[in-house]
Design a protein around this ligand. Sequence first.
Ligand SMILES: [Zn+2]
Length: 424
Amino acid sequence: MQPTDNNRSVFIASRVANEALDGWLEDHAVVVVGDRIDSVVPRGQLPSGIAETATVHELGDVSLLPGLVDAHCHMHCSATPDAQRLALTEDNQRLTMRAVNAMRQAILGGTTTLRDLGSRNEVAFPVREAVRSGAIPGPRMLVAGTPITITAGHCWFFGTQADTTEQVVSAVRNQVRQGADVIKMMATGGNFTPTANPRRPQYSAETLRAAVEEAERSGVQIVAHTLAADGVQNCVEAGIHHLIHARWQSSDPTAGLEYRPDVVKRMADQGQWVDPTIGHALLGEEAVEQRGLPGAPIHWAVTERMISREEHVEALSKMDEAGIRFTSGLDMGMVHARHDLTGANAWAFVEWLGWPNWRAIRAATADTAEALRVGDIVGKIKPGLIADLAAFDGDPGANIRDLGIASTVVQSGNVIKLNHQAFV
Ligand SMILES: [Zn+2]
């Protein structure tokens, strides 16, 4: 971090996001005192001689946003085509080194708050503590530790395997004891795990409900991965707080999606959040089609009837129209989902779902902060909130692809990166 001789600093940019996150304040200054945003004022209203009482950073022709918030990371996964093999075979020390590097990449990319939804406990908790203590750089973190899955189920190789309701409840308690901020359940199989069928549920609604009750008793959030229509329905019946992917694959291997409007209506009525992970899909598609890189291995359970991007996007659009609120979670660490590219979620919201740019920017900041239950401290450039900021060259309000790698990053008032120069 760049040393400062006082605890007051000023960041001046051509464009500063307004509090509502629907437009720019031209040529404004964000005044930071300690770790908090003190005020946002036009440059002309800064007191003369401000440079004598504060460290003034002229960021120039950039767009200054709140630090980005990502709802879905796997800190120790490699984001390469062989991510699954590495997660399966590498020891905890090697995975820890990957995680430390990935968390540095994430914060230098502009993600200042992140939720990790599945990494070995021995890696996830010490990395979170090292970031908290300032020993290594990284975003503010909410961490699940090991996801709860069935024997041989989705991500069993870094999960806690629990089959019965009793075992699941015990697994929730065990994660809470070890310091989990959030519980991650694998409600269906997944594409990352050959032994887990993504078209079928892993748990009944009753078992998921028991896990929800246990998480709520312990005061932690509970989220669930689900790719199958039956899995989505189970998560809705159980009251899972945040559904991950929320795809609608039929259990019939020869069929496509089974969208269920009645289930979506109940989901909306219950205020359940959805993380559609479409940024990951976009990055995967571009890596394969535009850069000729190998993609993720195709799961045996979906080869009989491949489901197109258009079908998935159509289902997400219907959920959007039904009032479901989406978060920005990349599934960082999965194949081609680089830890510094959370912005790809916003690209996909605009380019695939047709959202206005500022709506996608809100998803990448304030909305996801709200879903992670930290919206009262981060997610906006607003006096009183923690001074987490990310500046981007260009104008993401006009061109969403400008929401790429941040040129300047401020975390809790500390300068992590300034005009492309990293200090960590
Ligand atoms: Zn994931």
